[in-house]
Design a protein around this ligand. Structure first.
Ligand code: PMP
Length: 392
């Protein structure tokens, strides 16, 4: 059977970075308990009132094909929320509802990249980025950041690769590093986009999880609304990962094309999911803060546990649900550390290498289990790191 080159090379030929996660899931399936600090999934489930609203909508008959661009109500709600949060005038014509942020990332790249075009993204990166870019037959090109810059990208590094590129994908608050891009960083990126006529694809799915500094949507920077496509999602902000509801926000003309694209790919998002998303968004910022609170609490636990030692470096997690730990002092790679921690202590974390070269020698810890279990797992991890460092 001869499949397309695109399908066969989606992960770039190597690992897609999920090996430790899959190994952990196999251990669990075979009866070995594993403490999972891998994927970005809350330890709470979607709130009962949201599910009740979803049920009410479905029972009320909203189970047929929904409007492909999204329901007017959800598009209006997302548009108003965007205007309120960013100050950029936004209407439903700037919004396409998609089956999650993942699908929005794909649609955004499909909108701006032709086959063979170069699409830039920032390393370390959310593991699916290069595959999403290859999915539209564009060529992914990673721009390295540095641990010593707390993984804030340098505009000069982006500019160095901008000449041949069509787009640059950024993510703040960042998965996997927890970095929140500063105003200076975003102004620099905006300038490069304008100087080199690049589209900016801005993944803001963690915009409600900010612990230090402020989230700035680069679409709000001067001259950027016409060249920015924002990716949003209900997944992280409202603990609705399984509902698969996200969006692209962009110029009206782009959204009009993306609606045609959606007609030929997803054909929209279920109406009862969209109704429940309106209900969830209508709960307002307090509801969102409650969902984000456990990560902020666990971040404080991590600061306490990691204080007063030099073996494991904590990259200042300014946002999102992850900690990036520098374990280079152990003498192990992120991959070897994560595999050994899983084998010996049944704790699963993601190797930094899963997120690119810039995160080599690091591990990503998802703060997604109950506080005391999280603290215990961190203490075990620390003791393991100390033992590795002493052995080297
Ligand atoms: N962007 C980033 C940075 C993510 O971490 C994720 C999910 N882990 C997504 C996009 C996609 O999320 P979803 O499709 O659930 O909205």
């Amino acid at each position: 059977m001869n499949l397309s080159h695109r399908m066969k090379t989606l992960t770039g030929g190597g690992s897609d970075g999920w090996d430790v996660f899959i190994k952990a899931r196999k251990m669990i399936a075979s009866g070995t308990p594993v403490t999972e600090l891998t994927i970005g999934e809350h330890d709470i489930r979607t709130a009962a009132p949201v599910l009740q609203d979803m049920h009410k909508s479905a029972m009320g008959g909203h189970t047929g094909y929904a409007m492909v661009p999204g329901t007017d109500r959800l598009r209006d709600t997302v548009a108003k929320r965007t205007t309120d949060r960013t100050g950029v005038p936004t209407t439903r014509d700037n919004v396409l509802i998609t089956p999650g942020g993942q699908s929005a990332l794909f649609a955004a790249h499909a909108a701006v990249c032709d086959p063979g075009d170069t699409a830039l993204y920032i390393d370390p990166y959310y593991a699916t980025y290069p595959g999403t870019i290859r999915g539209v037959s564009a060529i992914p090109k990673a721009i390295q950041t540095r641990a010593e810059d707390a993984f804030q990208p340098r505009a000069t590094d982006i500019a160095a690769h901008a000449a041949d590129a069509k787009s640059v994908l950024v993510n703040t608050p960042n998965n996997p590093t927890g970095t929140v891009y500063s105003e200076a960083t975003l102004n620099g990126i905006a300038q490069v986009c304008q100087d080199h006529d690049l589209w900016l694809i801005s993944d803001e799915v963690y915009d409600t999880q900010v612990w230090e500094g402020d989230h700035i949507s680069p679409r709000s920077l001067p001259g950027m609304a016409d060249r920015t496509l924002v990716i949003g999602s209900m997944s992280k902000s409202h603990a609705m990962t399984g509902s698969r509801c996200g969006w692209v926000i962009g110029p009206e003309a782009v959204i009009a094309h993306l609606i045609t694209f959606a007609t030929h790919t997803t054909y929209g998002v279920p109406g009862f999911i969209q109704d429940a998303s309106v209900f969830a968004l209508d709960q307002g910022p307090e509801f969102e803060a409650d969902i984000a609170a456990p990560f902020q609490r666990r971040r404080a636990i991590a600061h306490r546990v990691l204080a007063g030692q030099n073996t494991v470096g904590l990259i200042p997690a300014q946002g999102a649900m992850y900690l990036m730990l520098d374990i280079r002092a152990t003498g192990l790679s992120g991959d070897d550390f994560a595999n050994a921690l899983l084998d010996q202590h049944h704790i699963a974390v993601m190797p930094g290498e899963s997120f690119g070269q810039a995160a080599a020698g690091h591990i990503r810890v998802a703060m997604t289990i109950e506080d005391s279990a999280f603290e215990q797992a961190l203490r075990t991890l620390m003791a393991f790191a100390e033992a590795c460092a002493t052995a080297t």
